[in-house]
Design a protein around this ligand. Structure first.
Ligand code: ADP
Ligand code: GLC
Length: 471
């Protein structure tokens, strides 16, 4: 099949979170299965654009309201990704360092979507399916089916994946002119609660909607920032497909970012070497169990309760464990995390910022990874942790519920029900008991490293879904 993925992120070209990991891996697995997979994304002026060379593949214009934008479609001169990567360069809108969080994000991503369809319209071959990811690409299914300029795509199936329903991208009807002209009869297809909402539009217009785990699909029918009713209405065309991980990038045997590579047989020595390095870097004692957290420091991830948890655990059971946090996000959380460092020097440290290498080292060197998420559509961290022999401690929600079962049920993680200080501290207490029982701990570690969370299964599920849409 000829598959086009459209996304705001794709690893390694631009990554803010798990969306990038998914869009950077799923097409590779689809290509390995014999399909043609292409990723279309904006060309940001970050590290990837500075460190690679590109050739211009297509030049055109996109119109946003009354303004014309010139755009170029670029290709990296060397591509070893395993799928085709095309980057849309729109000067004035994407030649900035960051992916999101600009005042004109709506304009930026609508222009990107229009440019993407303008290029696709000129492409010789009509794709078999267009697979869009998250709200930044949410108007594509609508435009392909209801905007006259793109009539050529009326019968091209669209799949829309909700990676995170918290971010919806809504804006006022005063900016309806951002979208290319369409009959006002279709206004309802871009609207939700009296605002223009790309996520709602995608859920209404895509041929199929998927979520990144089955449990998340169930949860959003009763909790998704006011869009529950729409999800219930469109449930018939929706499906939960659990994400996989890129087992080549996330492989402790070959990962170049580790201090020492290891496999199931050499996990004890391998993990120890990585833990020793981490502990020496952060002034921690490697003989203690190491609890870690990696992620965006936002309410969704339960990051706001981390400072209280750290205080409680280290104050009431001093010297029994170490805690290391890697993340960035809400300033008050960052500040609270940093403030605790002096008080618990030697047992706690936080690295505020984004650091890909450090994240790999933590997955490899930690004993436990905390994920107290309030909302977790899938979560990749727990799957990376499992592959690197680190026991996940997760709140039972979304994809965490679908990937981690509790040691008490013959599983391989520590699960808790609420995103509260008491639930998490109790889970940490249970984890320490597991750590003390060396035989069981080693057994669990071996067991988790052998779980196959690679994309093989999910990539096939997506192909079957696309094939079911063939006219
Ligand atoms: P989300 O996409 O909601 O942030 P996921 O669990 O799907 O959550 O994916 C998060 C990804 O981002 C993982 O690859 C994780 O290792 C990475 N990550 C998050 N924060 C950081 C950070 N501060 N430094 C390095 N990697 C990070
Ligand atoms: C989102 C979700 C996360 C998921 C990722 C990849 O960012 O918050 O849970 O793993 O997308 O699908």
């Amino acid at each position: 099949m000829d598959i086009i993925h459209i996304s705001a992120e794709c690893y390694p070209a631009a990554k803010v979170g798990g969306l990038a990991d998914v869009v950077g891996a799923l097409p590779k697995y689809q290509a390995l299965m014999g399909h043609s997979a292409t990723v279309l994304m904006p060309f940001y002026h970050g590290k990837f654009s500075r460190e690679n060379e590109f050739s211009t593949f297509f030049s055109g214009f996109a119109r946003l309201g009354h303004t014309n934008f010139a755009f170029n479609v670029l290709k990296p001169k060397t591509n070893t990704l395993g799928y085709e990567l095309l980057l849309i360069d729109i000067p004035g809108l994407f030649d900035r360092d960051n992916v999101y969080s600009y005042h004109d994000d709506s304009e930026r991503f609508i222009t990107f979507q229009i440019a993407a369809l303008n290029w696709l319209r000129e492409r010789e071959k009509t794709p078999d399916v267009v697979h869009c990811h998250d709200q930044h690409t949410g108007f594509i299914p609508f435009m392909m089916s209801k905007v006259r300029e793109y009539q050529r795509f009326e019968n091209v199936p669209t799949v829309f994946t909700i990676h995170n329903g918290q971010y919806q991208g809504q804006f006022g009807f005063d900016r309806l002119y951002y979208l290319p002209p369409f009959h006002s009869y279709f206004n309802g297809l871009v609207e939700w609660h009296n605002l223009i909402n790309p996520l709602a539009s995608a859920i209404k217009c895509a041929w199929r909607v998927t979520t990144v785990s089955p449990s998340y699909l169930d949860e959003i029918s009763y909790s998704m920032n006011g869009m529950e009713e729409l999800l219930r209405t469109e449930r018939g065309k929706s499906l939960g497909i659990l994400n996989g991980i890129d087992a080549d990038v996330w492989n402790p045997e070959t990962d170049p970012m580790l201090e020492k590579n290891f496999d199931v047989k050499t996990a004890d020595e391998g993990k120890k070497a990585n833990k020793d390095l981490l502990c020496s870097q952060f002034g921690l004692d490697p003989s203690k169990p190491l609890f870690t957290f990696i992620g965006r420091l936002v309410g969704e991830k339960g990051a706001d309760i981390l400072p209280d948890i750290i205080y409680d655990v280290l104050h009431y059971s001093p010297g029994e464990q170490n805690i290391l946090i890697l993340g960035s996000g809400e300033k008050h959380v960052e500040h609270a995390l940093l403030q605790l460092e002096d008080q618990f020097k030697g047992n706690y440290c936080s690295y505020i910022g984004y650091n890909e290498r450090l994240s790999h080292l933590i997955y490899a060197g930690a004993d436990f990874l905390l994920m107290p998420s309030r909302v977790e559509p899938c979560g990749l961290n727990q799957m990376y942790a499992l592959r690197y022999g680190t026991v996940p401690i997760v709140r039972r929600t979304g994809g965490l519920r679908d990937t981690v079962t509790d040691i008490g049920d013959n599983g391989f993680g520590v699960c808790h029900d609420q995103c509260t200080k008491s639930d998490v501290t109790h889970a940490i207490h249970r984890a320490k008991l597991l750590y003390q029982n060396k035989r069981t701990f080693k057994k669990v570690r071996k067991q988790i490293m052998e779980i196959d969370h690679s994309w093989n299964k999910a990539a096939l599920e997506y192909i079957e879904l696309y094939q079911s849409l063939k006219l």
